[in-house]
Design a protein around this ligand. Structure first.
Ligand SMILES: [Zn+2]
Length: 237
């Protein structure tokens, strides 16, 4: 567990703000006194939240796609065997000097240098996105869903379930990214574009749930400089 008070004072904090454009379904999967099979996640005060771990996973996935697109060799998360520094079964040019990290053996791709791997600690900490609207003012909605059989593309028998969603209101969620002092400077550039690419969070995206847009100030706070863009553009060289 990361305790905020123990984070180094020199870490860079990027405030994040997102406005929901549709109802949200972030199910905890367990029962919490709700009628729903997939109740919404809430913090200790009953406020709706999107877990930082989920946002971090999405950011990593987007960063991987972007870095690969720029020509960098990137390992395959989340399987530890296929991640740096092991990378079992993965081809690619991982011997570049850009993949050396001071104090750590082996080579570590750009994405691992931000998000970490079994041998390298993460240099990014992602806080939960919390909705500030008092829970009493929110009327949660239950929506029926069915489990689909992917192979037959039909609904499974006895597989009706209830999803709890937030009301379809423009709710604002706030959180933050903490870039630890040893996070590489070009990390901001990659994270900025990755964040820009995340248009929905939570489940049931295809059912129109969880669509959101980021506050322009959040993206502006990740403003990198020309040298950072130039570094990232050098992936194919
Ligand atoms: Zn890696």
């Amino acid at each position: 567990m990361v305790r905020l008070a123990e984070l180094p004072q020199t870490s860079t904090s990027i405030p994040l703000k997102a406005t929901l454009a549709s109802a949200l379904a972030v199910g905890s999967g367990g029962s919490s006194g709700s009628l729903a099979d997939k109740p919404l996640l809430k913090d200790a005060y009953g406020k709706l939240l999107i877990p930082g771990s989920q946002l971090k996973g999405r950011l990593r996935h987007e960063c991987e796609k972007l870095a690969r697109g720029l020509g960098w060799a990137i390992c395959r998360s989340p399987d530890p065997e296929r991640m740096c520094p092991k990378r079992e079964g993965i081809d690619g040019h991982f011997d570049r000097p850009e993949y050396q990290v001071e104090g750590y053996a082996g080579s570590h791709c750009l994405v691992c240098q931000i998000f970490g791997n079994p041998a390298l600690p993460s240099r990014l900490w992602v806080a939960d996105l919390v909705c500030e609207v008092p829970p009493a003012a929110l009327e949660a909605t239950l929506r029926p869903g069915v489990t689909l059989n992917r192979r037959r593309r039909t609904a499974e028998d006895q597989r009706l379930y209830l999803i709890e969603t937030s009301p379809a209101a423009e709710l604002i969620f706030s959180g933050s990214l903490q870039l630890l002092p040893d996070c590489p400077p070009w990390g901001k550039a990659l994270l900025r574009v990755a964040l820009h690419h995340i248009g929905a969070l939570g489940g049931s995206k295809s059912a129109g749930l969880g669509w959101l847009h980021w506050d322009p100030q959040s993206l502006a706070a990740l403003q990198p400089n020309d040298a950072d863009w130039a570094f990232l553009a050098g992936g194919g060289s």
